[in-house]
Write a protein that binds this ligand. Structure first.
Ligand code: UDX
Length: 443
């Protein structure tokens, strides 16, 4: 194995995680090759374009393409020839037929890479997988690789937040490596030397613990969001204000204020599917009761969507049929164009199915939304989307919406009625501008 500064890394899977990791590792001085089976994606990356919206990634990718240390390919043989370390960064979406994780991309990455491994190599998985997967893959890798057990596997979960992918890769809050192999540990220490020197905690665990760290972190975050959303449900009927409640809780530093934002709840490509896959795995392991609370976490989250629709329906007099509805936001969260399990689009589609004319505006996710939900209307700006609206729903808290001018918006709508699904606006200010303002968890 060569020294750190000369280490060549392959990144298998060039989606959100892989493309970000590839660009950042090149920036850290490594030679990197990105591998994907999707030729269109590889062509885009080769021309220096990022196939999705991620602040700062374009710049870091373009800059590092110029160094000649970053390239992309569809050939596993080329990646195996080039790299000493392979990082598996493919997706593990929810299966169509159950809540469990679909491991076909992870399995296929190992199966396509292994036959080309003819010299001692380290393969480290970064994808989120059910506990126990890595051990199975390690055995499979050694069986399929010509170099046999000299092809070693470890697991190292990532904790990237969309919208902050570059920052979270270059400055992670911790690095966890699941391995019992001194060689895997050595290679990963070399990879993250700069971060270790900067004081980032570096934890070496067994593979099972490393796999569990990721899913339990996401389960905890989902639980925290659903906890405050459960308090929102109680607040609404008890006459309390969940925003003040959340603020008061946040000053207790054992609780903290992060991920305590009440509203429409969580979506995206991680939290929802990860808690479901975690429950499915617990079931397989015979410890289903240990995670049955996550069913409730999921249910609270889904109820937020239904409650948002109820509030909008009440505001327009009980029936959506024939009404004009504006939805601000399509991405599952701001600063992203990701619409996977987007609460905003789920609410918009349901309202459209109840007979309303729904027009959606989002600063980044319109193209993706239009492709997946052609039945909805789309507008190129907030004001155009709000034209003649009977009710406006703010469902993704982009800065543009937080800073919206109630007077300008009030001038184009038919009725000044707004549902603030993210508790992102100042109710006093909006009411003073003549709006009927409603939010989740408040009076
Ligand atoms: C998450 C984890 O944060 C990250 O560590 C992991 O690697 C991948 O999954 P991400 O999916 O990018 O990252 O989104 P995140 O910022 O965690 O937000 C998830 C959802 O929770 C969003 O829909 C967001 O709107 C919602 N949310 C977040 C709330 O409803 N309230 C909050 O207080 C915080």
């Amino acid at each position: 194995m060569v020294e750190a500064e000369l280490m060549r890394v392959s990144i298998i899977g060039t989606g959100y995680l892989g493309a970000t990791t590839a660009a950042c590792l090149t920036d850290m001085g490594f030679e990197v090759i990105g591998v994907d089976v999707d030729e269109a994606k590889i062509d885009m990356l080769r021309s220096g374009q990022v196939p999705f919206y991620e602040p700062g990634l374009d710049e870091i990718l373009t800059e590092n393409m110029k160094t000649g240390r970053l390239r992309f390919t569809t050939s596993f043989a080329e990646a195996a020839e080039f790299a000493d370390l392979h990082l598996v960064c493919v997706g593990t979406p929810q299966r169509d037929d159950s809540g469990a994780a679909d491991l076909s991309y992870v399995n296929s990455a190992i199966e396509q890479l292994a036959p080309h491994l003819t010299r001692p190599t380290v393969v480290v998985g970064r994808s989120t997988v059910p506990v126990g997967t890595a051990a199975t893959l390690a055995a499979r890798l050694a069986t399929l690789a010509p170099v046999g057990e000299e092809a070693e596997l470890g697991w190292s979960p990532e904790f990237l937040r969309e919208g902050f992918g570059v920052e979270d890769t270059l400055h992670p809050n911790r690095i966890v490596i699941g391995t019992e192999s001194p060689r895997v540990e050595k290679v990963m220490r070399a990879l993250w030397q700069r971060q270790i020197n900067e004081g980032v905690p570096f934890l070496v665990t067994d593979m099972q613990t490393a796999e569990l760290v990721k899913v339990s972190a996401n389960a905890f975050l989902a639980t925290k969001i659903s906890f405050i959303n459960a308090m929102a449900e109680v607040s609404e009927v008890a006459g309390a204000d969940v925003m003040q409640l959340a603020e008061a809780l946040s000053y207790d530093d054992r609780i903290g204020g992060k991920f305590l934002g009440p509203g429409l709840g969580f979506g995206g490509g991680c939290l929802p599917k990860d808690i479901r896959a975690f429950m499915a795995r617990a079931d397989e392991l015979g410890v289903e009761p240990a995670l049955s609370f996550l069913r409730e976490v999921d249910a609270i989250n889904q109820r937020r969507r239904a409650r948002t629709i109820d509030i909008a329906r009440q505001l327009i007099g009980g029936n959506f049929a024939g009404r004009t509805v504006t939805v601000l936001g399509a991405a599952f969260k701001p600063n992203s164009d990701d619409i996977r399990d987007s609460p905003a689009l789920d609410v918009a589609s349901t309202i459209a199915s109840l007979g309303a004319r729904v027009t959606v505006y989002d600063p980044a996710a319109l193209d993706r939304a239009r492709e997946e939900h052609p039945q909805l209307g789309y507008a190129p700006s907030m004001l155009e989307a709000a034209q003649d609206a009977d009710v406006v729903l703010l469902l993704t808290e982009w800065a543009e919406f937080r800073e919206a001018n109630p007077k300008k918006l009030g001038a184009v709508v038919a009725q000044k009625k707004i549902v603030d699904g993210r508790n992102a606006l100042d109710p006093t200010y909006w009411r003073a501008s003549g709006w009927t303002y409603r939010a989740l968890g408040r009076q």
